[in-house]
Write a protein that binds this ligand. Structure first.
Ligand SMILES: Nc1nc2c(ncn2[C@@H]2O[C@H](COP(=O)(O)OP(=O)(O)OP(=O)(O)O)[C@@H](O)[C@H]2O)c(=O)[nH]1
Ligand SMILES: [Mg+2]
Length: 215
């Protein structure tokens, strides 16, 4: 019974994800789904990306949180339009929520739509939102064992941003191990080491993003 209900939820989500995909294709919008644990630096990374690329691409953001619109406010302060979804307890965004937010955002006017999923390294990875690319963040203070503990999430990544590298000298974090562990579950993912606060390494992420936008 439980299994069939889960399948029903996932297949309903997949139907709507296909609608989102069609919307992005029709409007030539590149969509990214950003997933990580709470506090890894999703909003900080997106805000810095908006500021640094504002004269090259128009970015719109859909924010997912259980409660509050504080992340949407931070995105607007960084200079981009943002729509906040409050999931009221759900640990991930659904394709239907994103579909409704796309209208509110007027996403057809954007070059890139970035979806910041609810902070959670497990649930969001099961829900396709119709995105073209999936971005997984892992921050140094979370520890170097996360790729082997959450292999399903890392396996789905197009790009992994290892964030907060400015803290590397203060924390026991084996970078070589992390790189090797990601490679085991996902040999094709691009991996960039960045600091969203100091800006270190962000240019490689920007180059990758701009290449993807060009197609
Ligand atoms: N030292 C350091 N701190 C960072 C970096 N990136 C983000 N932070 C800090 O980490 C904290 C959390 O950052 P957020 O961007 O809010 O993280 P988030 O992933 O959006 O969090 P949720 O939306 O709650 O899941 C803030 O205090 C940031 O200033 C970084 O590269 N280095
Ligand atoms: Mg956030």
């Amino acid at each position: 019974m439980k299994v069939s209900l889960n399948q029903k939820i996932l297949s309903r989500n997949e139907e709507c994800a296909q609608k989102n995909k069609a919307f992005f294709k029709e409007n030539n919008v590149l969509c990214l789904n950003v997933i990580s644990s709470p506090g890894s630096g999703k909003t900080t990374t997106i805000s810095r990306t908006i500021k640094d690329l504002h004269d090259q691409i128009k970015i719109g953001v859909i924010e997912g949180d259980i409660k509050t619109d504080t992340d949407a406010q931070k995105i607007r302060a960084a200079g981009a339009e943002a729509v906040q979804i409050e999931t009221q307890g759900a640990c991930h965004l659904s394709a239907e929520q994103v579909y409704n937010a796309l209208k509110a955002l007027e996403a057809e006017k954007m070059d890139v739509v970035i979806i910041e999923n609810v902070g959670n390294l497990v649930c969001p990875s099961a829900f396709d939102l119709g995105e073209a690319l999936r971005v997984i963040l892992l921050s140094v203070p979370e520890g170097d064992d996360k790729p082997i503990k959450y292999p399903g999430t890392f396996a789905e990544a197009d790009v992994v941003l290892i964030n907060k590298i400015d803290l590397m000298n203060y924390i026991d974090f084996n970078l070589e191990r992390v790189l090797a562990d990601i490679r085991v579950v996902n040999p094709d993912a691009k991996i960039f080491q960045v600091s969203a606060t100091t800006g270190e390494g962000m240019e490689h992420w920007y180059d990758w993003l701009m290449e993807k936008k060009k197609g």
